[in-house]
Design a protein around this ligand. Sequence first.
Ligand code: 5GP
Ligand code: ZN
Length: 158
Amino acid sequence: MPKTRKPDVDAGPPTVMCKPAAMDCVFCRIVDGTADASVVHEDDRLLAFCDINPVNPGHLLIIPKIHRVGLVDLDKSDGSQMFVVAQRLAAAVRRSGLRCEAVNLFLADGPAAGQEVFHVHLHMFPRYRGDRFRLDSGQRPASRTDLDQVAARVRAVL
Ligand code: 5GP
Ligand code: ZN
């Protein structure tokens, strides 16, 4: 069962303080315990909890405890550990009895990608046939020439 984190009124100031720039960040408030969340995983570096507007029941968010806006800011070991935790949570959701025929991982890095909370987070959500989630941009196959040009541009700056 997920536990609910609630601020402890008698506990004094939170032990994990946000940097001033992150004081208006809802995920930092969840980390420091001043906002509620239904937590499924916590370790020294990461926290995972239920999304408040789930695509399907079992929709989880995995975040670094330290405030980082996007992928470019994210510590590499935190980034890789976020994926490891997502793998483990996906397996747990599959075993949980929640409806889960498949899983999506999703990370929005920037407003044009749909990022709404500017504290980097990896979504993990269960999927099943007939659910209402849609990610269909009507994309078409590209030519090999175009794909090779794109690959060359990316390789050139790796
Ligand atoms: P984004 O669009 O930035 O990738 O996703 C942000 C996610 O954070 C959304 O799915 C939204 O439902 C979730 N969210 C926003 N505010 C809160 C909150 O206060 N608590 C929790 N648990 N999730 C939140
Ligand atoms: Zn934050």
